[in-house]
Design a binder for this molecule. Structure first.
Ligand SMILES: [Zn+2]
Length: 83
């Protein structure tokens, strides 16, 4: 039972946009980075947690949507990183 995925290897930017309802998987803050892993698992991170985990997940990442720039502008007082 072999499944062949022909739609593998999306590139940076080829990831669904982040919305206000997308929350960091770690702390629940507004997500600013959406990461798709090789397993097709999707992870959402706030800026802080993306920073923390970027190194660890990098080998498995196939696509990233990084919206930290505008998100930081929109949420200047975001409380993040309280873990
Ligand atoms: Zn977070």
């Amino acid at each position: 039972m072999t499944r062949i995925h022909t739609d593998q290897a999306p590139f940076v930017g080829d990831v669904e946009e982040l919305g206000l309802l997308d929350r960091c998987d770690r702390c629940g803050a507004q997500a600013k980075v959406r990461v798709t892993l090789a397993s097709t698992l999707e992870l959402l991170f706030c800026g802080n947690h993306y920073h923390k985990h970027a190194e660890a997940i990098r080998p498995d990442v196939v696509a990233i949507r990084d919206e930290r720039d505008w998100a930081v502008e929109e949420r200047p007082q975001a409380k993040e990183g309280a873990s």
